[in-house]
Design a protein around this ligand. Structure first.
Ligand SMILES: Nc1ncnc2c1ncn2[C@@H]1O[C@H](COP(=O)(O)OP(=O)(O)OP(=O)(O)O)[C@@H](O)[C@H]1O
Ligand SMILES: [Mg+2]
Length: 186
């Protein structure tokens, strides 16, 4: 079984992946660590690290072990993981109203927060995951107001039986609350 856990930074990927991995006795492949250890990082920019995706994709492809449970974790998954052999792609979503608190706690600056919040509101991770892995494999999980072990439980259940699409839509929520300016304007 090969599971991908992706989603915006701060959505809860690593925390829930650890719990899922323990339950399944699976190996975690952390894309960020592979990028750093494998020297795939091209250069540091004002936006953070700019990764050589081709090089990273090659490194990750080499880590695939047949007949082994593996969980690949990272927001870069749709750009560096090949869809072949992947059983399911969990896209973790979190309401921008909660995500903003996590990003503040992490000390992200205003520009980085805005970028990440806009990406979550617009569902970039979901869109790019569907593009890479196909609609059938991609499942959204709303981590808003849930504990990490709850999210892990939902992922484990989904591996056994695919749930109905969650249809998460922050854009409507934000617009109905009149908060478009708060999230999208300088
Ligand atoms: N339902 C949930 N599932 C997972 N983590 C959660 C959940 N609710 C809250 N959290 C908390 O959210 C915070 C961010 O989680 P985590 O570091 O796992 O995010 P991430 O998606 O791996 O981020 P990054 O992409 O930057 O590595 C943690 O403090 C975690 O405990
Ligand atoms: Mg993480």
């Amino acid at each position: 079984m090969k599971l991908v856990i992706t989603g915006n930074p701060g959505a809860g990927k690593h925390t829930s992946a650890k719990i899922v991995a323990e339950k399944l006795d699976a190996e975690i492949i952390d894309i960020n660590n592979v990028a750093i250890d494998g020297d795939s990082i091209a250069k540091k920019t004002s936006h953070g690290l700019e990764v050589d995706v081709k090089k990273l994709a090659r490194l990750l492809a080499r880590m695939t072990k047949p007949r082994k449970h593996q969980i690949v974790v990272g927001h870069l998954a749709p750009y560096v993981i090949k869809p072949e052999g992947i059983s399911m792609v969990a896209v973790l979503r979190r309401s921008p109203y909660e995500l903003v608190k996590t990003l503040e706690k992490r000390g992200y600056n205003a520009e980085k927060r805005r970028e990440n919040l806009a990406s979550e509101i617009l569902g970039v991770s979901l869109y790019d995951s569907v593009k890479t892995f196909g609609k059938r494999k991609v499942i959204e999980f709303d981590t808003t107001g849930r504990a990490p072990d709850q999210t892990a439980g939902e992922i484990l259940r989904a591996l056994r039986k695919r749930p109905k699409p969650a249809g998460i839509d922050w854009l409507t929520l934000v617009s109905e609350r009149g908060d478009m300016q708060r999230f999208f304007e300088y």
